[in-house]
Design a protein around this ligand. Structure first.
Ligand code: SF4
Length: 454
């Protein structure tokens, strides 16, 4: 008779709960989550596969009691995860210095981080008879790529946008929760993670970049830490990561050096999606966007010095209320100077409830459309030249689908749905989700043609 996943004994977690009622509630939440995921709670150290100790750090006696409890759990069981107030002291170093063998340390109110640490050391049981959803959740994207949302809401108040009134101010997801989801997706076979939010550069601003925990290690909740850890995770699973909706704040300069330097490398790709929206300082002010196009150009040049192969994508709005011919020409001059690889352009259209609706001097529809067409014509020339420069280049692509012997794939500079593709003929041997090395043999306005590299 074949054994079923139900025959396997459920993994057992021991639990020691110390401290005040707030710590008790944290313990209850962790225990509830453990049971919900199919773990059983072991009544003794010997019967447990791993022990969680929820500590207190209020007064010296409580600190001593917590350290003793951790020591006892290590002696009796050996596999210990520490959480609670004492875990937050010195970013976890206080506990680690006293007990270097602990598997992970988190602060209080950290159910997600504790569960991530439990998953890392004692994988969650999957019972296909009981679990209604796979471990990675239900995805609407093809199985080889997935969007990873790192925050919700936005602190900006761009006058053309009503997202903040619908979704509120920025709320960053805990670092451990984001990385835990990334790992689950990668473990399930995702080959490309697309980091999204309303404002990716602002990650952690709302929580003052507080210390989060990932696999027991403390780290700042900011874009640099997140990008670095996603890079390491993606490399270990042989996958790509790319960042979307990145505002050109100065600290993005620290993220660019983390990007892969080689065309065959996995991890964080040399790609940034940066919504500039306009380049005229007056129009940007009307939009309530940071208004320093020269600084933005300096930043673009600096990124290209750091990573000459970086692919930059952006979106713009033309025909914003009050935009003059001269200001539109300023935008075109910016476009020619910036030489962006991928660009989307929208003719301004009023959204119910947006502050920009009250601005004077609306641009007539036919002028908006004419400007959009001219903008796209200029960008088509830039895009064609930049793609032509890739002729003969070799790099890895990720196959999206194969039809009638022709594969449609994407290179490191192509995000799904919004950028171009790489077409590979005579490719019936390929399958979606596969990485292959190709050589570019043809180029157009947006797409490339390539041959499989033997
Ligand atoms: S356009 Fe983007 S940055 Fe501006 S308010 Fe809307 S969501 Fe925020």
């Amino acid at each position: 008779m074949r054994s079923s996943p139900r025959d396997a004994p459920a993994p057992r977690v021991g639990f020691v709960s110390l401290g005040c009622p707030k710590a008790l509630v944290d313990s209850e939440q962790i225990l509830t989550q453990l049971r919900a995921e199919g773990y059983t709670i072991a009544p003794s150290y010997e019967g447990a596969d791993l022990v969680v100790v929820n500590t207190c750090g209020f007064i010296d006696a409580a600190v001593a009691e917590s350290l003793d409890a951790i020591g006892e759990a290590l002696d009796e069981n050996g596999k210990v995860i520490v959480t609670g107030c004492l875990g937050a002291r010195d970013g976890g170093d206080f506990v680690r210095d006293a007990h270097p063998k602990v598997l992970a340390v988190t602060g209080p109110h950290a159910t997600h981080e504790v569960m991530s640490a439990v998953h890392a050391h004692l994988p969650k049981p999957h019972d296909p008879f009981v679990d209604l959803v796979p471990a990675q959740g239900i995805k609407l994207t093809p199985s080889h790529y997935a969007y990873l949302k790192i925050s919700e809401g936005c602190n900006h108040r761009c006058t053309f946008c009503i997202i903040p009134s619908m979704r509120g101010d920025l709320v960053s997801r805990p670092l451990g929760e984001v990385l835990g989801e990334a790992e689950r997706l990668l473990r399930a076979g995702v080959r490309e993670l697309l980091v999204v939010s309303q404002d990716t550069s602002a990650y952690g601003v709302d929580v003052r970049y507080r210390t989060g925990f990932w696999q027991g290690r403390p780290m700042k909740s900011n874009l640099r830490s997140l990008a670095g850890e996603l890079d390491a995770l993606a490399k270990s699973y042989g996958a790509w990561v790319r960042l979307h909706y990145v505002y050109p704040y100065p600290h993005v300069d620290e993220v660019v050096p983390l990007m892969t330097a080689g065309s065959g490398e996995r991890g964080l790709q040399a790609y940034l999606d940066v919504p500039f929206q306009h380049a005229s300082p007056r129009v940007l002010r009307l939009m309530k966007r940071p208004a320093a196009p020269e600084k933005v150009l300096d930043r673009v040049r600096a990124w290209r010095r750091e990573r000459p192969d970086i692919v930059l994508r952006s979106t713009f709005i033309v025909g914003f209320p009050g935009e003059t011919d001269a200001e539109f020409e300023e935008l075109l001059a910016f476009l020619r100077e910036a030489q962006l690889d991928r660009v989307g352009c929208f003719a301004y259209s009023p959204v119910d409830g947006a502050a920009a609706n009250a601005l004077p001097d609306p641009v007539p529809e036919e002028v908006k459309e004419a400007r959009r067409a001219r903008f796209m014509e200029v960008q088509a020339g830039i895009s064609t030249a930049r793609l032509r420069a890739k002729l003969g280049a070799c790099f890895d692509v990720l196959v999206d689908h194969v039809e009638d012997g022709c594969a449609i794939a994407r290179g490191p500079g192509d995000a799904p749905e919004i950028d171009g593709v790489v077409r590979i003929d005579d490719a019936c041997v390929l399958a979606p989700g596969e990485f292959v090395t190709v050589r570019v043999i043809g180029s157009g306005e947006h797409d490339l043609v390539a041959a499989l590299q033997k």
